[in-house]
Write a protein that binds this ligand. Structure first.
Ligand SMILES: [Zn+2]
Ligand SMILES: [Zn+2]
Ligand SMILES: [Zn+2]
Ligand SMILES: [Zn+2]
Length: 445
């Protein structure tokens, strides 16, 4: 809204004001503002071309019909008021703050002054804090971006490797086809070599017939020599004919497997599933029976209950559905007394009652002294991994999209352990300790 205030100078009463000085409380036209600014350019002025007139503080009450100086302060509304605002007679136009806690502006001066000081301090602290936070965010953002680029580089390296392997395989198979065909089938030369064989035979027939016809007209040794030559020719023809026959016999088919659409699709599906983006799952152990936790909830020691499956430790975060998650558990103290079942690591539902046969509800492996066995429901799948010892780190990778579970020991992945993890069950990271004094730790990513 453009202001249509006129200049405060009586001489300029019909000229539009372009500026308002708060300290002088005057509206000024473009002539008056020059005079004003010659001496009072430090005053706070409003440019009326840019500013809405209702935003300008003139020291006068803006309530319609009030037009009185703002000399009072309403504590309820934290707002300046004029006498009309405080009028005892409250009607449509007056007495907006009659019922408020009001004082003169003089009375609030000290309070506002000290509050101003406080606010300056607050804003100074705030600006430093915000600057630090933003600096930290910038650093974090750079780090995240760096990680992102690094991850993408890693992925494209892997896929370049795969593409190279596929290209090499293609070349190898094409070469194999060439070799197979040149060994198993005749060479094209045989055709060229024997193309005019029928003509040669016809020639020989003609020759033989003419020798026969002119038998008594020539010397005998010439005739015999001709006969020998024809006999030799026939030997030659027989040999060549045998070669041609052999080529005809060699008609077995060479094929490429896989040939059928569905066999190729199996492989394509494997490729389509290849590679996973994994989220590190950060969690702590929940409190429970027969163990103590460190203050940060990351280290757990079995300190009660003897050597029994009576110590179930559940993670305090659900494993997200429809994602791939991983976490690491370190064996700080193995404390093994037998070499069978000792520490169980895996996934399962919550176990609020610490049931002893709870392992039957988990998908896990049991770290024995010399082997790892996989456990799912009531059947144990034995899979020879490697023996574990104190300090080993077991990584659990759960693909809840595909329903598969993997274990890696000290960074070495042992492939799919389970492939039918229900996709909709609520599951948690689980550790069970059998022997007293066993200690495990969550290694955060
Ligand atoms: Zn002024
Ligand atoms: Zn003027
Ligand atoms: Zn007022
Ligand atoms: Zn009020």
């Amino acid at each position: 809204m453009k202001c249509n205030k006129k200049c405060s100078s009586k001489k300029h009463a019909d000229i539009n004001a372009i500026s308002y000085c708060q300290e002088c409380d005057v509206f000024m036209c473009n002539k008056c503002i020059n005079h004003h600014d010659e001496v009072l350019d430090f005053h706070h002025k409003y440019n009326l071309n840019e500013q809405d007139i209702t935003d300008i503080f003139t020291g006068i009450c803006k309530e319609p019909e009030h037009k009185k100086e703002l000399n009072y302060y309403c504590k309820n509304h934290n707002q300046l008021c004029c006498v009309a605002c405080l009028s005892k007679i409250k009607d449509e136009e007056n007495g907006q703050h009659t019922e408020c806690n009001v004082c003169s502006i003089k009375d609030i001066e000290n309070e506002k002054k000290s509050k101003l000081k406080e606010n300056i301090k607050y804003m100074e602290d705030c600006s430093v804090k915000i600057k630090n936070s933003i600096d930290e965010l910038k650093k974090l953002f750079e780090e995240i971006n760096h990680n992102k680029e690094e991850l993408k580089l890693k992925v494209s390296k892997v896929f370049t490797q795969i593409r190279k392997a596929i290209d090499e395989r293609e070349d190898k198979i094409l070469l194999e086809i060439d070799e197979k065909f040149s060994k198993n089938y005749f060479k094209e030369e045989i055709i060229h070599q024997n193309e005019n064989l029928p003509n040669k035979i016809i020639e020989s027939i003609e020759r033989a017939k003419s020798i026969e016809k002119e038998w008594y007209k020539k010397k005998l040794n010439i005739l015999i020599n001709d006969c020998i030559n024809i006999e030799k020719n026939i030997e030659n023809v027989k040999e060549k004919n045998k070669n041609i026959d052999r080529c005809n016999l060699n008609k077995k088919k060479i094929k490429f497997w896989p040939e059928k659409e569905n066999e190729i699709n199996d492989f394509l599906e494997t490729i389509a599933k290849f590679g996973k983006i994994i989220d590190g799952l950060d969690f702590q152990f929940k409190e429970g029976e027969n163990y103590v936790l460190s203050n940060n909830g990351l280290i757990c020691t079995k300190n009660n209950g003897g050597d029994n499956w009576n110590c179930t430790i559940v993670g305090n975060k659900e494993i997200p559905k429809n994602k791939v998650s991983k976490w690491k558990i370190k064996i700080n103290n193995f404390a093994i007394k037998s070499n069978t079942w000792n520490v169980l690591i895996g996934i399962g539902p919550d176990n609020p009652n610490n049931k002893e046969n709870f392992y039957n509800k988990c998908w896990s492996f049991i770290c024995g002294n010399s082997q790892l066995s996989l456990k799912s429901g009531n059947h144990t799948k034995y899979k020879q991994y490697r023996s574990l010892s104190k300090g080993d780190i077991i990584e659990v990778i759960v693909d809840r999209k595909l329903g598969s579970l993997y274990f890696a020991i000290n960074g070495e992945n042992y492939g799919i352990a389970f492939s039918e993890i229900p996709k909709d069950d609520i599951l948690y990271p689980i550790v069970m300790l059998n022997d007293q004094n066993q200690m495990v730790e969550i290694i955060q990513s």
